[in-house]
Design a protein around this ligand. Structure first.
Ligand code: NI
Length: 171
């Protein structure tokens, strides 16, 4: 099932998501499958559960956009355990469509997370994957990438979005 993506302005995007405590259930497996499907349909490389209106600490990532099934990652209850270096490049978010801004993030990031069956794993990613780890983990803490840009640019984006909302072009 393809879920509609929740857009900036909806409270669920700015709330701390709840930890997952039950693993391996049919419900969880279906949700993860639907999250991948929704992410590919929206042409994203990452999707966090709050973006489909579900306040759980679950994110999916595929930096190959479906090209390589081996690169599909499920992050449940993820934590950032190490960050190194720095990189700056344009970042966007399915919940803030059409906008993109340069964001400086760590270049190499290690996460600790759980798989759908509850198994804990650690993984280190660089460049785009490091960025996705940080961006998606942020989502689970109610933080959007525009928190990492200058207040001036953020206000400009907010104002443009408010206009779109008034014109009913943002929902
Ligand atoms: Ni996002």
């Amino acid at each position: 099932m393809i879920y509609p993506i929740v857009k900036y302005g909806q409270p669920v995007l700015e709330k701390q998501a709840a930890a997952v405590t039950e693993f391996g259930t049919a419900e969880l497996l279906k949700l993860i499958e639907d999250m991948f499907e929704s992410m590919y349909a929206a042409k994203g490389v990452g999707l966090a559960a709050p973006q489909i209106g579900i306040g759980s600490r679950i994110a999916v990532i595929d930096v190959t956009s479906g090209e390589d099934p081996e690169q599909k990652l499920v992050l449940i209850n993820p934590e950032i355990i190490d960050k190194q270096g720095s990189q700056t490049s344009e970042e966007g978010c399915l919940s803030i469509p059409t906008f993109r801004e340069p964001v400086t993030r760590a270049q190499k990031v290690t996460i600790r997370a759980q798989k759908a069956d509850g198994e804990t794993y650690e993984m280190t990613g660089e460049d785009l994957l490091a960025r996705a780890f940080l961006h998606e983990t942020d989502h689970l803490n109610g933080t959007l990438y525009i928190s990492h840009i200058s207040p001036l640019k953020r206000d400009l984006i907010r104002r443009k979005i408010r206009k779109l909302q008034k014109a009913n072009e943002w929902s």
